[in-house]
Design a binder for this molecule. Structure first.
Ligand code: NI
Length: 168
């Protein structure tokens, strides 16, 4: 297992559109494990491969209270969605900022496991929000894209300033 480096906004690599997973091999299983380790360590409730500079359609998550219900999705697709809810979102790539985002309340998702097996399930509440947030990453989209230009630019300049301080 290994901790992976998480890219921070406004790193342009976060804008990469991920490619479908086609090789269900040992390397994929290793990446799933490393992403779980990185997410739990951060700590966060979800992590998309895009955020660790791996541009394939893979995300990991655990929205449980006791952090003991890991779930990963490969090539996820939302096949139906209804309702609407607004909740505070944060992101490991936008550390320290939380803003309200509107998402579908209930979703039905189809995804594959690490051997390529397809299944479907329904998600509500935090889990539904998390899946939609992580799936946006796979499209090169961040939650700050839903905010006003003013808010987004403010977050951007604060993060750029913080990264400059860290470098030197
Ligand atoms: Ni995120």
């Amino acid at each position: 297992m290994a901790l992976l480096n998480i890219l921070h906004y406004p790193d342009p690599r976060l804008r990469t559109v991920a490619k479908a997973v086609t090789d269900f091999d040992a390397e994929l299983k290793q990446l799933v494990n490393d992403m779980f380790e990185t997410m739990y360590e951060a700590p966060g409730i979800g992590l998309a491969a895009t955020q660790v500079d791996e541009h394939i359609r893979l995300l990991v998550m655990d929205v449980s209270e006791h952090r003991n219900q890991p779930r990963y999705l490969i090539n996820p697709k939302i096949i139906s969605a209804d309702g609407e809810e607004e909740s505070d979102e944060g992101c490991l790539s936008v550390p320290g900022f939380y803003e309200k985002v509107r998402r579908a309340e209930n979703i039905r998702v189809r995804a594959q496991d690490d051997s390529g097996e397809t299944s479907e399930f329904e998600a509500q509440g935090t889990e539904a929000v998390c899946i939609q947030h992580e799936m946006d990453h796979l499209e090169g989209k961040l939650f700050v894209d839903y905010l006003s230009n003013l808010k987004r630019n403010r977050i951007r300049s604060k993060l750029v300033k913080m990264q400059k301080q860290l470098v030197g």
